[in-house]
Design a protein around this ligand. Structure first.
Ligand code: MG
Length: 206
């Protein structure tokens, strides 16, 4: 394994070497070719925003994929998320729980194959997602956003085809009940004594 449990690394989202999203996460283990990283409730993050500071979601689809994005300080609200990051693969898989710790499902975030360094995991969001219920039923999310991203040249048509194929590959892992779905992460629990990781001042570098 690349890291030891309890290492804090920063997951960064961006493109062309510029990052507009960053979150410090705690490495908690590795199973089936995926490293697991915990995004704790209340973590201070950097969030991609429009030039005027509004969240990306506040923009129309056309603006969302043409306006310049800036990193704005934010905070992760709600329950924590366990992110499973493949050693090789253009996605990560996020596990969600309710406040009562009932498992709510897997969110497959399609994203560029990761660049790993000692304290960083870098990627680029690929817009399209898949939501998987605890009963293993699934649905695509944000297909219309991927279409808009292609229309506005944010995503090349060839890349969009690769993103869809990667989504189908992950759905295949689910349907054949392979890692990481079959690895029991739904039963995992964070240690309540863990401090919330801090975003390092130099998060843009290193
Ligand atoms: Mg996404």
């Amino acid at each position: 394994m690349r890291w030891r449990p309890d290492d804090v690394v920063v997951m960064r989202y961006g493109r062309n070497g510029r990052f507009d999203g960053a979150e410090p996460v705690r490495i908690v283990g590795e199973r089936g070719g995926y490293v697991a990283a915990w995004l704790a409730p209340g973590t201070r993050t950097m969030v991609p925003s429009l030039g005027d500071g509004r969240p990306i979601r506040a923009a129309t689809l056309a603006k969302r994929f043409s306006a310049e994005r800036l990193a704005q300080p934010g905070r992760w609200h709600g329950e924590g998320i366990l992110k499973l990051i493949p050693e090789r693969g253009a996605h990560s898989i996020w596990l969600f729980w309710s406040p009562e710790r009932a498992f709510r499902g897997w969110y497959v975030n399609l994203e560029e194959a990761h660049t790993f360094s000692r304290r960083r995991i870098d990627t680029c969001d690929h817009v399209l997602d898949v939501w998987v219920e605890p009963d293993r039923s699934w649905q695509w999310k944000d297909e219309h956003e991927l279409l808009a991203a292609v229309e506005h040249s944010w995503v090349a048509p060839e890349l969009a085809a690769e993103v869809c194929a990667e989504g189908e590959r992950v759905i295949g892992l689910l349907e054949r009940w392979k890692s990481p779905f079959a690895d029991g992460w739904e039963q995992w629990r964070p240690d309540p004594s863990w401090p919330v990781p801090e975003l390092p001042e130099d998060w843009e570098h290193g």
